[in-house]
Design a protein around this ligand. Structure first.
Ligand code: PEP
Ligand code: MN
Length: 338
């Protein structure tokens, strides 16, 4: 349940409500909006006498029962959209952010060349995998810590914050030491041990939608992270498995307005994994921005035909520059900045 405080409620009154909820065994999560404070009480058994008792307390406006299974990720708990600040970048604000970089970090030259070019073309953040979740155990698995070091070098030179994936709970600390945003890949969306681990760390998390996950399952995965006290979650739609074979996945554009309606969390869209095909990236990126996405994440490689992974869905440096330029009018048309 959530306890909505009155607009003029004092800190003291909020504290008393919080103490009472904790006394009943709830975990309490505070959401301080512009107008009022909301306390989200989760985890303990509810009793019908609790709501009237709370409503009788000073400073309490009302008690609302949350009907959705996700509590902290939902709009009832927090009405205003969440804005995350990552260095100078704000995700979920007026600007449509662009995250770009190779599927995998392959070498110093590859990542530095890409970082410089995407920065010059207006990217806001740099992506690149150091730990790669590959379908085949014989495929390139990533440079691991060496890859993280190269990403840090690219950040030092360009100032771009870095987004990189963690696959294993025991690597969270290591990845968090280098990354500005920790990515949870589609294949790990329901790795609950990993979700809890990133929930306990102090880095924003980019949570990709599972290959066959419903929106509700995806929001429940976000809930795992939020419930551990990490409220900095960015959702990433990356396509889902359907019967269609013309594209690698079916990019679910409707997930954007659904998420916006159900949740306060920002959402970015990955048209590279969403389609698997370079020529489909721009039209789907445009569609995502038009539908209200807070950002786009795309794979970019200096020589896509030589990429060690996902070359067919990687834009060349020139194509990336064309894409960012082409997104601007769409962003402006829907009242966003770019
Ligand atoms: C990635 O973004 O590097 C990736 C592996 O994507 P996904 O988890 O969406 O397949
Ligand atoms: Mn990839």
């Amino acid at each position: 349940m959530i306890v909505v405080m009155t607009a003029g409620a004092t800190e003291e009154q909020v504290k008393k409500v919080e103490e009472r909820l904790r006394g009943w065994g709830f975990d309490v999560h505070l959401s301080r909006g512009v107008a009022r404070t909301i306390l989200g009480a989760v985890g303990a058994q509810k009793d019908p006498s609790m709501a009237p008792m709370l409503e009788a307390m000073e400073g309490v406006e009302k008690v609302v029962h949350i009907l959705t299974p996700y509590k902290l990720a939902g709009r009832q708990f927090k009405q205003e959209p969440t804005q995350l600040r990552i260095g100078e970048v704000v995700v979920g604000g007026p600007r449509v952010v662009v995250i770009a970089g190779p599927c995998a970090v392959e070498s110093e030259e590859q990542i530095l060349t890409t970082a410089r070019a995407v920065k010059a073309a207006g990217a806001d953040m740099l992506r690149g995998g150091a730990f790669k979740p590959r379908t085949s155990p014989y495929a390139f698995q990533g440079l691991e810590e060496e890859g993280l070091k190269l990403l840090a070098k690219a950040r030092a030179e360009t100032g771009l914050p870095i987004v990189t994936e963690v696959m294993n709970p025991r690597d969270v600390e290591l990845v968090a030491a280098y990354a500005d945003v920790i990515q949870i890949g589609a294949r790990n969306m329901q790795n609950f041990t990993l979700l809890r681990e990133v929930g306990r760390c102090k880095r924003p998390v980019l949570l990709k939608r599972g290959l066959a996950a419903t929106i509700e399952e995806w929001l429940m995965a976000a809930e795992y992270i939020l419930s551990e006290g990490n409220y900095e979650v960015i959702l990433c739609e990356r396509g889902i498995r359907t019967y269609e074979t013309a594209t690698r996945n079916t990019l679910d554009i409707s997930a954007i307005p659904v998420i916006k309606h159900q949740s306060h969390l920002p959402i970015v869209v990955d048209p590279s994994h969403g389609t698997g095909k370079r020529q489909l990236i721009l039209p789907m990126a445009r569609a995502a921005v038009a539908a209200g996405a807070d950002g786009i994440m795309v794979e970019v490689h200096p020589t896509p035909e030589k990429a060690l992974s996902d070359g067919p869905q990687s834009l060349s440096l020139e194509e990336f520059a064309e894409m960012t330029a082409a997104l601007r009018p769409v962003a402006v048309a829907v009242g966003r900045e770019r």
